[in-house]
Design a protein around this ligand. Structure first.
Ligand SMILES: Cc1cc2nc3c(=O)[nH]c(=O)nc-3n(C[C@H](O)[C@H](O)[C@H](O)COP(=O)(O)OP(=O)(O)OC[C@H]3O[C@@H](n4cnc5c(N)ncnc54)[C@H](O)[C@@H]3O)c2cc1C
Length: 399
């Protein structure tokens, strides 16, 4: 037997996260019999629950499943990293050296934290007074840090540089503020929110609701605020706003940090100067700008909207249909840039901001108005949505 002999698959999917597994299952439902998934991780995380771990309302166990239970039956799983894609030869190279030939390839290895983007950020999160729940390993520490604070300054920082579903970075803030209110220390905690974007979420009504909630907890909100550097030893950060630059001290620091594409994507032919190291697809068809048998979706693709799991509910069927349509010479479907940000405003209520690529509201139901905080929406997001994820979305039940 030849180890690492080249193999051929009809469709190779690089990355078995939300996008990759849902797409593999959807393709199988549509009759594709030879799908391979390249995914090195042995466990699969339902990442939206990480925000609830950061807010002390879920555990890591609640969001973790063995990967082998997520890979669809009948799909071939390569449990290693892809290191390169050669669109000219239609080949994916794996870390162990094996080459996988494909008819079509879907590229969805997600994005990762860009620690280099903020001087001192990585050093800071390795101290007890700073944390992020954008890494599963640190999510529990986030709540340990926030819940043990009884006075002083808590600073929450939300970058807008490719952060997956960035407004959900506000969830731990509101869950912590409500905790401080309930435990009677809210008046002793000075809460600062630094948001790099010019608003909290790309949806007028939801933005108003979130600002009103912040007001109720006495949060000082600054938008267009970029953290340039963090000095862990002195627990200080340098913040740039349109008004100038100032230094801010903290007793607890929460980061929704900048993200970037994996380096091997940035170094490949799949990205262009304009795509900023992400995979350069037509944001409507999700087909590569230059290589028609290359598709991309999820956090690594230039989808020209807020990257989110909710957005994948629309992207996955578009890619699956377009692969089939292109083969049959039919017209390709278009993705309208739908995305969604579910944000808690307390430990009881949550609102849902849903919008299209142009920022126009795109509610999934006409009534009730989900952009207002509700108990029912909170319960849906915390308890029902994870079940929908495991039992429907990862099973390709999207249309
Ligand atoms: C803290 C947090 C909270 C969130 N909350 C929400 C929310 O409430 N609602 C919402 O809609 N969205 C939310 N999101 C966003 C959502 O989780 C992402 O948009 C979604 O997971 C993107 O899916 P993906 O498959 O593109 O990337 P991922 O889910 O990151 O999956 C990428 C996969 O590719 C694999 N991979 C990486 N490199 C390679 C390689 N070289 N070869 C092979 N495989 C590779 C990785 O191991 C990973 O399994 C949240 C994200 C985070 C981090």
């Amino acid at each position: 037997m030849v180890m690492n002999a080249p193999r051929h698959h009809d469709v190779v999917i690089v990355g078995g996260g939300n996008a990759g597994i849902s797409l593999a299952a959807k393709l199988q439902r549509m009759g594709c019999r030879d799908v391979a998934v390249v995914e090195p991780k042995k466990t699969h995380h339902y990442r939206p629950l990480l925000s609830f771990v950061g807010g002390g309302m879920a555990t890591l166990d609640d969001l973790t499943r063995p990967q082998e239970r997520c890979i669809p039956d009948g799909a071939h799983w390569y449990a290693e990293e892809a290191t390169a894609i050669d669109p000219g030869r239609s080949v994916v190279t794996l870390a162990g050296g094996r080459e996988l030939h494909y008819n079509d390839v879907a590229v969805c290895p997600g994005s990762r934290i860009d620690w280099d983007a903020v001087t001192g950020a990585e050093e800071a999160v390795n101290t007890p007074t700073a944390a992020t729940n954008y890494l599963p390993d640190m999510a529990e520490k986030t709540w340990a840090m926030l819940s043990s604070l009884t006075s002083g300054r808590a600073v929450f920082v939300i970058s807008d540089r490719h952060v997956p579903c960035a407004p959900v970075g506000l969830k731990p803030l509101f869950m912590a503020a409500d905790h401080w209110r309930r435990t009677g220390v809210l008046g002793d905690v000075d809460i600062e929110l630094l948001v790099e974007a010019d608003r909290l979420v790309n949806h007028d009504e939801a933005d108003r609701e979130l600002r009103a909630a912040a007001d109720r907890y006495g949060v000082r909100v600054r938008t267009r605020a970029t953290v340039e550097a963090i000095f862990a030893v002195s627990r200080t950060m340098r913040v740039r706003t349109p008004e100038g630059t100032d230094d801010l001290t903290y007793d607890a620091l929460y980061l929704a940090p900048p993200h970037r594409a994996p380096d091997w994507i940035a170094d490949s032919d799949l990205s262009t100067e304009d795509s900023g190291a992400f995979v350069a697809v037509d944001p409507r068809t999700l087909r590569h700008e230059r290589f028609p048998r290359v598709w991309s979706l999820g956090d690594v693709a230039t989808v020209d909207t807020l990257p989110s799991g909710g957005a994948l509910r629309k992207q996955v069927p578009v890619v699956a249909h377009n692969i089939a349509a292109q083969r049959a010479g039919r017209n390709l479907r278009h993705y309208d840039g739908y995305s969604v940000a579910p944000v808690t405003t307390s430990r009881r209520e949550l609102l849902l901001a849903e919008f299209d690529r142009d920022g126009r509201p795109e509610p999934s139901v006409s009534t009730p108005d989900l952009a207002r905080p509700r108990r029912s929406t909170f319960l849906f997001d915390r308890y029902l949505e994870p079940q929908i994820y495991w039992h429907r979305l990862l099973k390709g039940n999207v249309s």
